[in-house]
Design a protein around this ligand. Structure first.
Ligand code: DCP
Ligand code: CA
Ligand code: CA
Length: 627
């Protein structure tokens, strides 16, 4: 349910930019002969010419729509050029579009806080840049001659009266405007400049909305397309919202919007003004009631996030009609392909952007046959993400089986899967300048002090212990925060390992997520099977999802037991024991200084105390080439 955020006191200038017929523009840049031609990008499919996913504005004039198949598009527009989406692993490969979107983000982020909202959309907070412009070179100053800005659409101004561009110029340069609108005028100039820069540097056109908050900027960015921008002066907000259907508002497209329509007779945002805040709170609770009341008045405190990279990575595929998957082996084969792509993308995110994903989620759609084909929702499932293609594939299949079990119970009945997707989310930046490896393997909110745990005394951790229980059903959000919290709280720092070291008495450690996982470890593909590694004096355990109950506990042996593999009664826990003497010095040399020092700290004392033992090695974890 939506919740109102506090409104900032100071006026803001927020822009929403969206690329025009984006995939088509990317294809037109690759093949300039398509420019100015009716063109559509078609999703790979051999049925009726494939599904259209992007349509050029020239083709739209003929009535071609995204919902059409290629054959239909040819009927209404015989001259249309249909371009197939690139295909890899038998599915659409969107990398070329993602990379093109990144080019645009790099340009837009030069002027203010920038949030990448989708493959072709960005929010910008231009408040500071607008204030600076207002002080140093306001539009009303005589040298103001920026042509593109005078093509803006201003909601207050009638667009068909007299010399439109002169009117817009006069609006942008009004000396008697209030401070908020003066800032907006600067925002309009800044966005026009950015759009020209995007065009010059990428050949892409985009459209934009400029307003005092994200909600209004997004609502108007698509109002005048292609290659245009729209400004929402504060005085026009009420009129603009009055006739807007509630269902068009973000968060009101679903059940809440339907309830407003059906239960309160609210058809437009203007209709909401007839309800007091208290009344709306009575119907929808305090938070949502207040949010509705504010939304009706065009208030929104939502901040532009500082994020140039996507929030998650997802790979999916649909299997319509006869293509539906009906047995485990076909599901596995597709999941393997999807996971392979996902793994490549998170590895690339790790090496290029130093970001680590924490949660793997599986979504599927299924239909039960022989029950009038009734559609029941296949539950989404998530678990901690383990790096390495094999592990991701293995975990995704387990998530699928868990979902299938919930969906269909234990009965062996016929089912068919019409879509599958895997998502890596809860991505965090590996912090720089940290003096602990812990920072490399845990989320920023993790709490090291909770790491050493006796699983019997921490009931909240038990979901990770059992074979099936570690999976978290996902509802509206892709990933449940609880799953992440548990994962972080279960982590243990290298320092803590050292503290335990030498104490003699066996201690129980909870799961160690990604032990030994400095960048090199994370970026190598590892086989899914359990492994044992010797870590001089440090015995940490990684509890794989496949482990059976109780096996998550790794026993801590004292120095006398160095290099002794932990013997779990079940034998199914992942125990990594690392021999620090076998760490490849070349690899250590590549790590940040703080980490190098930390590793040196392990090596020196252990060399004094322990004779070198053979037969076990950490080096394979540090050096992918050795695997
Ligand atoms: N896309 C897709 N499947 C969809 C919707 C969109 O694959 N159902 C892809 C193709 C689009 C891109 O995402 O080019 C951006 O989607 P938009 O909704 O922004 O649509 P366009 O950019 O194509 O057109 P517009 O000019 O209306 O923004
Ligand atoms: Ca678009
Ligand atoms: Ca878009």
């Amino acid at each position: 349910m939506p919740v109102a955020r506090p409104e900032p006191q100071e006026p803001r200038v927020i822009a929403h930019l969206d690329l025009d017929c984006f995939y088509v523009q990317v294809e037109q840049r690759r093949n300039p002969a398509l420019r100015g031609q009716p063109t559509a990008v078609v999703q790979y499919n051999d049925w009726k010419g494939g599904g259209l996913i992007a349509v050029s504005y020239e083709a739209r004039k003929f009535g071609v729509k995204r919902s059409m198949r290629g054959d239909e598009a040819k009927n209404v527009c015989p001259g249309i050029n249909l371009v197939q989406v690139p295909v890899s692993r038998d599915k659409a490969d969107l990398n070329v579009y993602r990379n093109a979107g990144s080019e645009v983000v790099a340009i837009l982020s030069t002027k203010g806080k920038c949030e990448r909202a989708s493959i072709d959309e960005v929010y910008l907070d231009l408040t500071d840049a607008a204030k600076e412009m207002l002080l140093e070179s306001p539009p009303e100053s005589s040298e103001f001659t920026f042509e593109e800005a005078t093509k803006s659409n201003i909601l207050d101004l009638p667009s068909d009266v007299g010399d439109r561009e002169e009117n817009v110029k006069a609006w942008l340069c009004r000396a008697d405007a209030n401070y908020q609108d003066k800032l907006l005028a600067c925002g309009a100039v800044l966005v026009a400049q950015l759009r020209v820069k995007v065009l010059e540097e990428t050949q892409f056109t985009c459209s934009a909305g400029i307003a005092h908050n994200k909600m209004l900027a997004k609502l108007v960015s698509g109002m005048h397309k292609p290659a245009q921008q729209t400004v929402v002066p504060s005085s026009s907000v009420q009129d603009f919202l009055a006739s807007l259907p509630v269902k068009k508002m973000k968060q009101l497209g679903g059940k809440l919007g339907s309830s407003l329509q059906d239960d309160l007779g609210v058809k437009t945002v203007g209709d909401l003004l007839g309800f007091t805040e208290e009344k709306l709170q009575e119907y929808y609770g305090v938070n949502t009631g207040t949010w509705l009341w504010k939304t009706a008045r065009g208030f929104s405190g939502e901040e532009v996030e500082d994020r140039l990279l996507p929030k998650s990575h997802g790979c999916g595929k649909t299997f319509p009609g006869p293509k539906a998957l009906k047995n485990h082996s076909s599901v596995k084969s597709w999941l393997d392909k999807l996971c392979e792509e996902l793994s490549e993308r998170i590895q690339s995110d790790l090496s290029c952007n130093k970001r680590v994903a924490q949660t793997l989620t599986l979504h599927a759609r299924a239909s039960k046959e022989n029950e009038c084909n009734s559609m029941k929702k296949f539950p989404s499932k998530s678990c901690p993400l383990r790096y390495g293609t094999g592990k991701i594939q293995e975990d995704a299949m387990k998530l699928f089986e868990s979902g299938l079990h919930d969906f269909w119970g234990s009965r062996s009945a016929r089912w068919s899967i019409t879509s599958l997707s895997v998502t890596a989310s809860k991505i965090f930046d590996i912090p720089s300048g940290t003096n602990s490896i812990l920072k490399y393997i845990k989320g920023p909110s993790s709490n090291a002090s909770t790491a050493i745990l006796d699983s019997s005394s921490t009931p909240e951790l038990t979901p990770f212990v059992g074979n099936n229980l570690y999976m978290t059903p996902v509802h509206e959000e892709q990933c449940e925060p609880s799953s992440i919290k548990e994962e972080c709280d279960n982590s243990i720092s290298a320092t803590q390992c050292r503290l335990i070291e030498g104490k003699g008495a066996p201690k129980k450690l909870s799961k160690v997520q990604g032990t030994g996982s400095i960048l090199k470890f994370l970026s190598q593909s590892q086989p899914a099977q359990h492994e044992k590694r010797n870590f001089d004096g440090l015995i940490c355990s990684h509890q794989g999802p496949e482990s059976s109950s109780g096996a998550s506990v790794a026993e801590q042996h004292g120095r006398d037991n160095i290099n002794t593999a932990v013997d779990h009664s079940s034998g199914s826990g992942d125990t990594w024991m690392l021999n620090v003497e076998d760490i490849d010095p070349d690899v250590v040399g590549e790590l940040p200084l703080e980490i190098q020092r930390e590793i040196q700290g392990w090596i020196r004392p252990s060399k004094q105390a322990t004779p070198k033992k053979r037969g076990s090695t950490i080096s394979s974890y540090f050096s992918p080439a050795r695997r």
